[in-house]
Design a protein around this ligand. Structure first.
Ligand code: ADP
Ligand code: MG
Length: 232
């Protein structure tokens, strides 16, 4: 991306944006989790990312990958529930992929390692009605857009967000196979998964951050086209 200082600023701004978005969506995520869980997902996510964002001053001294690692650590100790270790542990583990900086290639590696860790820890696959249903299409789309279609990272991320959005919609008709929602068996059908939804919000906040750091008319145009299509 750029020098380590700019990369760290980008990561810190991403953290602020994610924390702000999850705070805005707290009651929506809680509503989703009250339908098929225990109504704590909004509070869990807001508390975890809020605590991490409060540490911004401490994080100013660190390398970008260390900031990401410490965000993960903070989530593990503050999120609770199933989502805490899944989000926190996987972010922490995947941060090693950013040791040499943030580039198109290392961001793909980060995304893939993060996804592998979530699947490994939680045992969910596509169709289990979890965050994995948003993550798998997002990560695969991001990787393909960069490695095969040769798109710039910003366009790739915009496409990944679209893919995650479709993944969230895909969770609605599914019966939950993992986590608390699985206790409901067929009664979980017809409800949108909270963790898939928070994953989408995080990706949207990352895209908004990336837009301020990665410029280029082509990239912005590509995203504008995607955004327009979403509004149709
Ligand atoms: P809890 O279910 O412990 O109350 P949260 O409400 O914070 O935790 O998070 C619920 C979300 O966690 C679900 O909507 C789902 O997306 C995700 N989740 C639960 N179990 C798993 C799992 N085994 N693998 C992946 N994601 C999971
Ligand atoms: Mg819950």
């Amino acid at each position: 991306m750029a020098d380590a200082e700019t990369e760290r600023d980008a990561v810190l701004d991403a953290l602020d944006n994610v924390a702000a978005r999850l705070a805005d969506e707290k009651s929506y995520l809680t509503d989703l989790d009250s339908a098929i869980g225990d109504a704590d997902h909004g509070a869990n996510m807001q508390r975890g990312f809020g605590k991490a964002a409060e540490k911004r001053d401490e994080f100013e001294e660190l390398d970008p990958n260390e900031v990401v690692q410490n965000v993960g650590k903070t989530l593990i100790s503050n999120v609770g529930g199933a989502a805490g270790p899944l989000y926190g542990g996987s972010i922490m583990f995947a941060s090693q992929e950013l040791e040499d900086g943030i580039t198109a290639d290392t961001s793909v590696a980060f995304a893939e390692t993060y996804l592998d860790k979530v699947k490994d820890r939680g045992g969910a696959e596509v169709g289990s009605k979890t965050m994995v249903d948003a993550l798998v299409p997002a990560v695969h789309t991001y990787k393909k857009s960069i490695e095969q279609d040769d798109l710039p990272p910003l366009s790739a991320l915009a496409k990944a967000v679209d893919a995650a959005e479709r993944g969230v919609a895909f969770t609605v008709p599914l019966k939950a196979l993992k986590g608390r929602a699985s206790f409901l068996d067929w009664r979980s059908v017809g409800h949108q998964d909270p963790g898939a939804t928070s994953t989408l919000f995080i990706l949207e906040a990352l895209l908004a951050t990336a837009e301020t750091y990665l410029d280029g008319a082509v990239e912005r145009d590509a995203h504008a086209a995607d955004a327009a299509r979403r509004d149709e």
